[in-house]
Design a protein. Sequence first.
Length: 619
Amino acid sequence: MNKVKILVYISLVIMTINSPVVARNIKIPVALVSPNKNLELSFNFSPKGEISYAFTVHGNQLIGKSNLGLTGIDGPVLIKTSRRSVRTVWNPVWGKRVSVADVFNELTLDLKSYKIVARAYNDGVAFRYEYPSGKADQELTEFNFTNNYTAWFYNGENANIGPEKLSDSDGKRLPVMTVKVDDRKYLAIHEADLTSGDPLALESKKGETLFKVASKPGTAWRVIMYGKTPGDLVDSHILELLNPLPPKSMDFSWVKPGVAVWDWRINGAVVDDFKYEMSLPSWKRMVEFASENNIKYLVLDADWYGPEFGKDSDPVKGGKVAQVHEIIKYGNAKGVGIWLYLNDVGGRNYPLEQTLKQYSDWGAAGIKYGFMSGTPAEKNVRTRKITELCAQNHLLCDFHDSPVHPYGQMRTYPNAVTREYCHSQLDAHRVFVPSTFVTSVFVNMVAGPIDMCNGMFDLRQGKTTRTDENQPVPSTLVSEAARTLIVFSGATIIPDIPEYYRKYPDLLKFISAQKMPWRESKTLSGKIGEYIVITRQAADGVWLVGAATNESARELDIPLNFLKFGKYEVNIIQDGDNAHYLSNREVLKAEIKTLKSKDFVHVKLASGGGACLIIKAIQ
């Protein structure tokens, strides 16, 4: 009897060790570490066929046992693993910097019917499922946080959700999900390279710290970004690097990022005897101003070809098309490209391919696509189609009105320069408060380039003369200028009339100095919802710094240690005495100092205010 018990016990042990869900030569858990050894993504397989992962940073588990896998498809049997490492450099057409290290370790888990491919970078990890199209019913991916951290979430064209304790989240949440673990650890949950399926959505239950993928299965990478500061998340390239390089057959050397003026918010402004409208005389004034100030583009917004939602509005023949021909010709002669608005109604009721080719043949620089209809998955397919058609026709593109979130596609199609993945500053007949801005840059902007339409200089206390939106902007002049630099976009679209920019020459110089593509970018400091300081080096070598705060006034010491050894002329522009975003918006003061890289610049930011620096090397 004792021998029988021993044999049964041995059999059970052998069955556990040689579990049918894992090949005998594979040691469980399977670990993947980052090149610098600081991050680890480990995968485990239970005897029941359940797959899970955990994420560890410097030996601290931040995401505990979390389910992985797909339903409706066989696959929990791990047949083999394979690994590779990549050490290369990506030189983007444009972006936050001219050179990006593409360094990662990769692990592939070959299951019975599909694969899990995982990558570990020094600033995050990612994994995706590779499976036959249409075979999976549900994605089981979870993010089981090990503590009750604080999070912020994208919230459409509204202020972001957060700060919110994970256990207080209840129901659906949208990425980017930015997470503060502690003062030295930050995470962001998003996706990359969504070629098919639903854009990522998360869900949770109140009282838990577990978030599940609520969207239908797709092909995207599930990404966990990591940084010691929230600025590290902003500066990361992991989302772009997870997207493929451009098709070899396509040349994107024509893509030129830059600042753009815009006709939508100028409409109705009155200066002396001239009234700005969305028509040729105003367009010419805007082009002349742009040409004088290193501004590359003018964006023509809705209704130029007829009522934008009108089914009979022909996007190549209707409305002011003759004036559009003339302004494109006039702009090109002045070195200013013209963007054309296209509403989804016109994009669907008329042959899209012919429309975009026609715009290209006219000499347009890009399109702003508005109010796309469809489910999130359908909108993603259409967005990708339009982006590719624009690339074929040498058109830049900007998607507005609840677009699909960015997921790094600017690497594959560099003409995808921006989209309104945010509460645009002057949109939907409302304006956002300062804290909205210094939250969005750590949430929305982590996903990629966004069009927030900052830079309003008409900040009078009463209502402006604008036709569509005449509410005063709760900001200061200096903060408005700083925001144009802080917000990462391949088309920085500024909304005011030339006369207001010319009224403040120091700030106009700051905007004019934003010569893209950027050589370098770095978030110098910041706290989510409180303030941010960013520096970018322009194409001509000039360094620019933008700082912005929430409703609280604050003083900052901005280090210049990002500069090389030598002397520099530093133009410091900050809020004037007694400035306030509600009551004294249009005051500033400027001074020029000679400083070195070891120095600091001390600035005072008013409530809702900011600071701008222009830094030039002294030869």
